[in-house]
Design a protein around this ligand. Structure first.
Ligand code: ADP
Ligand code: MG
Length: 238
């Protein structure tokens, strides 16, 4: 587990700034949800945390260490993507083992970690299948399994449920929360779905147009929105 501190972080693509100097503190073990309309900079921010995108200005700290220049492989973060990003030609086992092999983890340890993740996610019977032989929910579990085997200090989820149908989405929300309770790892979960934010978050960060509009517990934002945008996006209809 680890705290995450985002200190005046900016991101520009060419001459266009898309993240305008945001401050966010996430505590050890917290489940934080980053919510906001499409294009507001959620994925860009998450990718900067994972090291997949350079940081134009400001600092990202994991615990008390500035990680701006730490390459993704050496960060204690693991990301789960919207499109699962599974390797179609690899079986479930190998999809989950892949990043550990890259890190030269020894085979017995890989096996132990993959079995453990598969056990937690109910994937033991599917380890020998290819992604195309799985349902959407099962594929999403494999994507989570790939993150779990890394035993990261920080889980990063980028709209992991947006490709699933409504019923499965509700079920997976519960599964992801249960997973968080079981593993206790700090989690940053991105969504554009207000209901997902309200039901899953310990802390919600509302973004708009590259800025943070408000940070607080779900009920706090709902009852006391800072401005009309937050009110319209999250708050009570009154
Ligand atoms: P969100 O995840 O909230 O939908 P993004 O972080 O993907 O938003 O995008 C924020 C803004 O940055 C958008 O205007 C998007 O077009 C722009 N953007 C994202 N990635 C790039 C890129 N690689 N090059 C140029 N612009 C980008
Ligand atoms: Mg996005």
């Amino acid at each position: 587990m680890a705290s995450v501190t985002i200190r005046d972080v900016r991101k520009s693509f060419g001459s266009v700034e898309v993240v305008h100097g945001v401050f966010i503190d996430i505590e050890d073990g917290e489940f934080a949800v980053l919510v906001g309309p499409s294009g507001c900079g959620k994925s860009t921010l998450l990718r900067m945390l994972a090291g997949l995108e350079s940081i134009t200005a400001g600092e990202v700290l994991i615990d008390d260490r500035v990680v701006n220049m730490v390459p993704p492989k050496e960060r204690d973060t693991a990301m789960v993507f919207q499109n699962y990003a599974l390797y179609p030609h690899m079986k479930v086992y190998d999809n989950m083992a892949f990043s550990l092999k890259l890190r030269k983890t020894d085979q017995a340890e890989i096996d132990r970690r993959v079995q453990h993740a598969a056990d937690i996610l109910g994937l033991v019977p599917y380890l020998d299948r290819f992604p195309r032989q799985l349902s959407g929910g099962q594929r999403q579990r494999v994507a989570m399994g790939r993150a779990i085997v890394r035993d990261p200090q920080v889980f990063l989820f980028d709209e992991p449920l947006s490709n699933l149908d409504a019923k499965l989405r509700v079920q997976m929300r519960t599964e992801i929360k249960a997973l968080h309770q079981r593993l206790g790892a700090t989690t940053i979960y991105v969504t554009h779905d207000q209901i997902e934010a309200m039901t899953m978050a310990d802390k919600i960060v509302v973004m708009q147009g590259g800025n943070v509009e408000q940070i607080g517990a779900p009920l706090e934002l709902y009852d006391h929105p800072n401005n009309l945008f937050v009110a319209g996006f999250i708050g009570s209809p009154a």
